[in-house]
Design a protein. Structure first.
Length: 132
């Protein structure tokens, strides 16, 4: 056993994962949990599991997960906007943070998603595959 100290975790962290498979593909779950550990270690998440980094970073994080095919598309006759709202609400509840305003297309330019590369380079292993 290595002598790495255990990360102190609040009872809310790890999170309630009952509905996670409605959002994250099962084959990506382990990688997603590892990303969350990195978010915690890099102080994007508090010990309570609340997003404490800047809110646009959470929006970028969600869009990066979508781009990297972590997030399941919601296909039941709904529009893309409704699908994105569902994903936004899931992460708002998971990370105890309201990003309704920041998630609006007028506030977040998807064409600039690659500019968040430095923020997540040590957190999301596949981020190099995000297109510029």
């Amino acid at each position: 056993k290595d002598n790495t100290p255990e990360i102190p975790v609040n009872k809310n962290f790890p999170f309630d994962n009952r509905f996670i498979e409605t959002i994250i593909f099962p084959d990506k779950l382990e990688a997603f949990y590892n990303i969350e550990k990195q978010l915690f270690e890099k102080k994007y998440l508090s010990s309570e599991g609340k997003w404490i980094a800047l809110k646009p970073l959470l929006v970028a994080f969600i869009h990066i997960l979508i781009e990297l095919k972590y997030v399941k598309p919601i296909i039941n006759g709904k529009s893309k906007d409704n699908s994105l709202n569902h994903v936004r609400q899931y992460f708002e509840n998971r990370y105890l943070t309201d990003i309704t305003q920041q998630m609006k297309p007028s506030r977040f330019d998807l064409k600039k998603l690659h500019t968040y590369h430095p923020d997540f380079i040590y957190i999301i292993p596949e981020i190099d595959s995000i297109k510029k």
